[in-house]
Design a binder for this molecule. Structure first.
Ligand code: SF4
Ligand code: SF4
Length: 197
């Protein structure tokens, strides 16, 4: 198994105390960035509709306003091909007088990269009609659980998504540990088990 594949599984020990857990998490995130790997969130991919809801929710947590948009100009994963664009999206661009050069991508098309629609102050000139590929970024499939289930993941290249990954795992650690205490209180038989930890 290659380094990238190891990163996609992101196996973290929730039994670690929080300080050690955060150190381990930072190490995973750093290794993912170095390996240019996606970073999985602890969210299993469901059907298309629930996935869109999850992405819409997570997207609202991105801090794009204060970001210098590396996704539009320096993501090594897209540099060669450009940004995939569908025929209906090309039509919308033309309708709005965005005449940008497109590359051929097999039978499809791609916007060249770095993207010519990025302004000098790192804003998207065509934000409201940007391609689906841009709307979904940095969320994508790619990570898996230990038993091979697909996880919603983020690109290593988005600083805001790296923070979302970190905070999500820390929140999950807190919830898991609190639930153990609550369950032990509700079910006294488990108290002994909890005390042994
Ligand atoms: S890199 Fe992430 S935070 Fe920055 S503009 Fe792109 S999606 Fe937004
Ligand atoms: S269309 Fe807009 S969001 Fe997409 S890469 Fe270009 S500038 Fe960025």
């Amino acid at each position: 198994m290659g380094k990238k594949d190891v990163m996609k599984r992101f196996v973290i020990d929730y039994d670690l105390p929080l300080d050690k857990f955060v150190i381990e998490l930072d190490r995973f995130i750093q290794l993912s960035v170095e390996a240019e790997s996606v970073m999985p969130l602890p969210i299993e991919l469901g059907n298309g509709e629930s996935l869109l809801g999850q992405v819409a929710f997570l997207n609202s947590m991105l801090n794009c306003k204060t970001c210098n948009a590396p996704c539009c100009k320096e993501d090594t994963a897209v540099e060669k091909e450009g940004i995939g664009i569908l025929d209906c999206e090309i039509a919308a661009f033309e309708l709005n007088n965005y005449n940008i050069p497109l590359n051929k991508l097999g039978t499809k098309h791609a916007i060249s990269y770095p993207c010519p629609l990025l302004t000098s102050d790192d804003r998207c000139r065509a934000y409201d009609i940007r391609p689906l590929a841009c709307m979904l970024f940095p969320f994508q499939p790619g990570g898996t659980t230990e038993d091979g289930k697909q996880l919603l993941s983020v690109s290593h290249g988005c600083p805001s998504a790296r923070e979302i990954v970190k905070q999500t795992y820390i929140n999950l650690w807190r919830l898991i540990h609190r639930m153990e205490v609550v369950m032990a209180e509700l079910h006294p038989k488990n108290q002994a088990k909890q005390a042994q930890k």
